[in-house]
Design a protein around this ligand. Sequence first.
Ligand code: SF4
Length: 675
Amino acid sequence: MATVKRSVCPLDCPDTCSLSVTVENDQVTAVRGSDANPLTHGAVCAKVTNYYPEFVHGANRLRHPLKRIGAKGEGKFARISWDEALGLIHDRVRGVIAKHGPQAVLPLNYAGPHGMLAGDSMSLRFFHRLGASLLSRRPLCGGVRGEAYAGTFGATPGTPLQQVSLSKLIIVWGNNATACNLHLMRHINVAKRAGAKLVVIDPKRVKVAEQAHLHLAVLPGTDVVLAWALAVELERLGAIDQAFVQQHVLGFESFMKSAREYPPEVAAGICGVTAEEIRTLARWYHEASPAVIAWGNGLERNQNGGSGLRAIAALPALAGKFGVSGGGLVGGAGNAFPKTGDALARPDLVPPGTRTLNIIDVAGAILDDKLDPPLKALFIYNHNPVIVHPDQNRMKRALAREDVFVVGIEVAMTDSMAYADVVLPACTHFEHADVYAAYGQQYLQRADAVIPPVGESLPNTEIFRRLALRFGYDDAAFKADDPALMDAALDRADPRMKGLRPSELPTDSALRMEYGGEEPVLFGNVLPRTPSGKIELESAVLGARYGSPLPTFRPVTSAFALTLITPASDKRTTSTFGGLAANDATPALEMHPDDAKARGLLQGAWVKVWNDLGEVHLPLEITDAIRRGVVCSEKGAWFKTSRNGQTVSALAPTHKADLSEGACYNDARVEVAAL
Ligand code: SF4
């Protein structure tokens, strides 16, 4: 008999929807939206409804521990028992530690599930106790935006997504909202019906841009220049809120000194938009109140990403857009939750002097024979590095090393798992309880398991509990059960928890994070939490950390003429759902008709896209939705979609963004020719 149960979407997406899951005979047969979370309000994306049942129960699901019996990357495995798998891992890792020390071991975890337990909890305790090298908490993506926000406003929440409904002007900047911030669309539509204007800034005429009053097809990586030009034009219009700036803004003069180098006429040439478009947007922004900016992930994936985000964050401060519901900047949602951090991860277990490696550098570190100590054991979990990391071919070479022992912990047989020596089957979030603090909205949620573990799979927490036991760690930190981990993850005493124990949060509703009983409004009921207590356009903290207290601009130089952008697909969340039968079409390469004509390329033809790092073969889609000089293809496709064993990550450079050492996917420069 079918029953409908409640859950929460754990995918790497800002929305964190509440779900209704139909279960028959312990099988997930359908996934829909639920109204438990008022923000997501019963709506979910097609990815989840189309692919989740196959993801949980399909042929690609990992059900048993496996041992590699073929070459690395070949994907040939034999089934083994949990006991044998844990024993093998223990013996091989102990051998590595005996020869090279514990820092020769590295966890390679990223953004698979966003539940606080499955994400990283018992796993971190295990690696901290082991003395493994630390993976920097700075992620491939997302970290740049977080650092830019925190540097400007501190750890305070920004405008909640639902307040967009109240805005009179909405600027969607670098945010392909229909594909990767679905619920923003509902609030944009409400606001538009009430007469709001919509402006979209994106190199591509993405779906949300089709309904915009103004679309600025900015060149990737030049957002900082565009934001500076808007600041200059606001100043020319007399639209700077001098009283607000004087009282609440630090670094106004130094910020404007940089900005004044880029008036609209100068910026237009750099950004690939017209000066008139910049002036129009500045005027609209000045005139509208409330006016809100909803930025997205697209902004950060370049070497000027942090500067672009900081300069954009400055605009509502300059124009006096804070202090009202529906104004300001949709951001900083992660700051809305009373997370404890240390109580969950237990950094006190880390031996002093343990080194930290950046995630982008992992492949290079594995291949570096001079690294002391070398990396000789790797645990890959919640991550598909060969598909996701910049310079894919380097990552393939790294994982193919026979002298590096690779443990994979995963739900499905991904392209990265094919390189593992031992694969441990992990539960999906439908098979264990977890708590969810979103990064794009401000409702806290909890979900119970809706089905038992599939096959012999185990929740990440239990896998690392068993590993800890096998390694002889029997202190209390490793005996904590999942409810205890939930209670460690969030501060129950914080007023936002309303006296609720995290592990006992009701699953049929979502807890709105409130400040004095209300949603946060910056300069209403919440204030910046920077060192100065002001909005910091000039940040000593960021200056000390990254060398420049102010936003900067460095153009990318390359012999390759075209900029390749690789935004999210509406079929996968990063690479999740990539291995499914229904999802194995090769993504197209979108190119402007003028660029195609200049190269003699025809609609539908297969083309090679290449640079110094790799070559990818894709079918060509000629469309004026993408601006001249830029080509576009979706990220996250698996090797089964590829004719030559490379996907778009093979073309992404490994240099780092100006903040948070983030990945610069959109700095890929390529050339395209007929195959
Ligand atoms: S991927 Fe995003 S939009 Fe889709 S169901 Fe999950 S949280 Fe919602």
